[in-house]
Write a protein that binds this ligand. Structure first.
Ligand code: MN
Length: 419
């Protein structure tokens, strides 16, 4: 491509041709018309328009994908399965790099700054895990001082809970401070009111494409047949509500008021160079979770996150440090025969590394509010205040020294209207 073409993307772009994340967008002139877009450089390729402009599909996989690219959400593409995902990715790569297609493809590009991005798929079921040993250890020390930080089950199974898919929102959606019951240990009775300990959880989310049959667990080795791609997640958490309500059934209203996701879904295929071996298994896993086969492709990912609060970097969580992998999470969540549906989302849990500056939640960064964060502008935070904005970004290594960007998941806290 010549330098004047919008298809000439600098090598250091997080949205280079090796990434090709999928989203759903509208433009100002057609706010009612949601279309599938693929990020490329500073532009978005209108994928359905490009499929029509380039013409007849080359193979059967491409034909099915060609139809799916014309949809208003990613669900038909997600449902189509791995062979179609591979064929569509190959076609997109050709459309964006073959000079003979340039005249057809260029008119299908929209400047990224001019689009509105939407929740890219209809979220079916939502599960959130707790897969960081550092995060689980820190929370154990904070909540159960004097006892073993990790619960006895922690290294035998990836702990998770079912969340609320209906309140998953796209990046940029304001987050209303939740109200609920709270009761500190010293309080005689609970009170109801706005959360005073509103927190973030920096996580990755895994988007399920191909469904599975009820009664048939998904084996570790088959995870990539079902998982389409990866997004950023901010699992907003009201710690005061959570602390009072969570015994004995786990998180409920302290989590379900909002969960933010990034608008771009990075295909699993874009993360081949980011694959890495997870930390050593300290406890022998049961066979369905045993990923210690050195011949198998590792299921860890070297993905570096960055968390900003009001523009200041407050943490750099490393996904490579996660104890449980996405494949183990998927194998565990279907181990009882529970089926997968297209659009299921399972999130990793807070990503925290071993050092303070790599912790993915304020409760850890401030040690339950005892040690406030000092921001570069001189302000201090324990938990989030109204008006605060949190932005989470991430990158992973791509081929030949390139970077794979995840875009961002952003959200600003707004007070509950006093009506
Ligand atoms: Mn979480």
């Amino acid at each position: 491509m010549s330098a004047s073409s919008p298809l000439t993307v600098p090598d250091d772009s997080p949205f280079g041709v090796h990434n090709l994340p999928y989203g759903v967008f509208t433009t100002a002139d057609r706010p009612d018309r949601r279309r599938i877009g693929v990020a490329i450089g500073d532009h978005v390729l209108d994928a359905g328009a490009a499929a029509r402009a380039v013409g007849a599909p080359a193979g059967p996989g491409e034909s099915a994908g060609f139809e799916a690219l014309g949809a208003s959400s990613l669900n038909p593409l997600l449902a189509a399965g791995r062979p179609v995902w591979t064929a569509v990715r190959a076609a997109l790569t050709r459309w964006l790099t073959d000079d003979s297609l340039r005249a057809a493809v260029e008119p299908c590009l929209v400047p990224r700054a001019e689009v509105t991005l939407h929740l890219p798929f209809e979220v079916a079921d939502y599960v959130d895990f707790y897969a960081s040993e550092h995060h689980a250890t820190n929370l154990g020390k904070i909540f159960r001082p004097g006892s073993e930080p990790l619960t006895p089950n922690w290294k035998h199974l990836p702990i998770g809970y079912h969340g609320r898919s209906g309140t998953i929102v796209v990046s940029g959606t304001p987050v209303t401070r939740p109200s609920g019951q709270r009761k500190a240990p010293a309080d005689p009775v609970p009170v109801f009111g706005p959360s005073r300990r509103l927190d973030i959880e920096a996580e990755l989310g895994f988007v399920v494409g191909a469904p599975s049959e009820l009664g048939s667990p998904v084996a570790l080795a088959d995870a990539a047949e079902h998982v389409f791609g990866v997004c950023l997640v901010n699992d907003w958490s009201a710690r005061d509500l959570q602390a009072w309500e969570y015994v004995p059934l786990g998180p409920f209203l302290g989590k379900s008021f909002a969960t933010s996701v990034s608008p771009w879904i990075v295909p699993l295929d874009a993360l081949a160079q980011a694959r890495t071996t997870p930390p050593p298994r300290d406890v022998e896993p049961l066979p369905y979770l045993d990923d210690r086969d050195p011949a198998a492709e590792p299921s860890g990912f070297d993905i570096a996150l960055e968390v900003r609060l009001n523009g200041h970097v407050i943490s750099r969580p490393p996904f490579a440090a996660m104890y449980w992998t996405y494949a183990q999470m998927l194998a565990h969540l279907t181990a009882n025969g529970a089926s997968l549906r297209t659009g299921d989302l399972f999130a990793s849990g807070t990503i925290s590394g071993p050092e303070r500056e790599t912790r993915g939640a304020l409760i850890e960064l401030t040690w339950n509010g005892q040690d406030p964060l000092k921001l570069a502008d001189g302000s201090e935070r324990t938990f989030l205040e109204d008006g605060d904005e949190v932005v989470i970004t991430a990158t992973a290594p791509g081929p030949g020294g390139t970077r794979i960007g995840f875009g961002e998941v952003a959200g600003r806290i707004v007070p509950r209207p006093t009506t």
